[in-house]
Write a protein that binds this ligand. Sequence first.
Ligand code: AMP
Ligand code: MN
Ligand code: MN
Ligand code: MN
Length: 297
Amino acid sequence: MTEIDLHIHSIYSDGLLSPAELCALAVRRHVSVVALCDHDTLAGAQAMAEAVATQSAHGKTLEVLPALELSSGPEGRIHILGYGATPENRILSETLARGRAERRERFAEILLRLKRMGVEIPTDQLPDDRSDSLPISRAHIARILIHMGLAHTMEQAFDKYLGEGKPAYVPLCHLSAEDAVRLLVSAGAVPVLAHPMRIGLTTFTLEALVISLRSAGLAGVEVFHPSASRSDIPFLLRMARNSGLLVTGGSDFHGDHGSRAQIGRLPSGWATWQEDLLTLKAAINNRTPLKRAAGNA
Ligand code: AMP
Ligand code: MN
Ligand code: MN
Ligand code: MN
């Protein structure tokens, strides 16, 4: 059984659980290594480290890798995970802040489009004053639509209102995928292509994307993600290994009721998770000097 989950979300982006709740759940599910991959922010990193320390103080085995998830590319559809990312890098922090500002503007535009559809979100339903360090995502709006009885599930809220091509859809587009990868490399992080099967490309164009991102510094592919079917896994594994890229895996757990995602629930067959984790950690450690060099100087 896989005992790691390298892709989860907290209340610091669009997850529903706090770092303390996530860590308690991870321990309960016998997951011993987690990575908090909140969208466009590292604001939860400290709380996550503290929650892990609390679990360790109680004799539990739990480790956290610092990480984040960047939206990039056309329609913001290409997501890049950055393992080992820390907030010290000024260019990274500034780019994240710009991404969150774009998200706030887009949020206002989505509300306007919903209004044009006759959907007026009561002000008391709006996410309460989220500080500038906390991103607003479509997941927040989807949950409000569910609460208003306008959709039964997150899936439905995206199908009816928020998904690509739907009337209240507004893309995110501040960063190209190559720039996202380069930014993470320059900040001393290890860039990994998240949920490749979610991007909506043919296998041929996906391989071309991976090759082009690899020349920008892409270091890995998230092969074991719930979006990969049983038959996708051998293809993704081959693609990653043939390109000399790391293999990672995570559940993309957000904490929604009714969602099948669970901490530690990954597609089966990750026989090499222990070696792959060691390789990822080594890659993170190798980049540390680069991070210092690219610091606030
Ligand atoms: P955003 O980053 O604002 O574009 O919002 C995307 C987020 O919404 C993702 O990170 C997921 O948390 C959630 N999401 C996107 N599509 C769906 C879907 N079809 N069903 C449920 N959640 C989704
Ligand atoms: Mn999300
Ligand atoms: Mn994603
Ligand atoms: Mn995610």
